[in-house]
Design a binder for this molecule. Structure first.
Ligand SMILES: [Zn+2]
Length: 73
């Protein structure tokens, strides 16, 4: 998933009920996914307010959101 974080954030903020936040790594995950694609956790916070907050946070600090993947290169 290599999209612009601001674009993702806008989508998520407009429709937070379709997403949930992974409580382990903080990734925003599609509500249809049974597990987190990043860390394979299965515990999520699906509160729409929390999801929207996290999306805004991610757009503001994209490095934090993807640090564990970027360092692999
Ligand atoms: Zn995760």
């Amino acid at each position: 998933m290599r999209q612009d974080y601001k674009e993702i954030a806008t989508t998520v903020v407009n429709d937070p009920t379709n997403y949930k936040v992974c409580v382990v790594c903080g990734a925003i995950v599609d509500k249809a996914s049974p597990t987190c694609p990043d860390c394979l956790a299965y515990r999520f916070d699906s509160d729409p307010g929390r999801v929207a907050d996290r999306a805004v946070d991610m757009a503001a600090k994209p490095q934090n959101a993807v640090s564990h993947h970027d360092t692999l290169e």
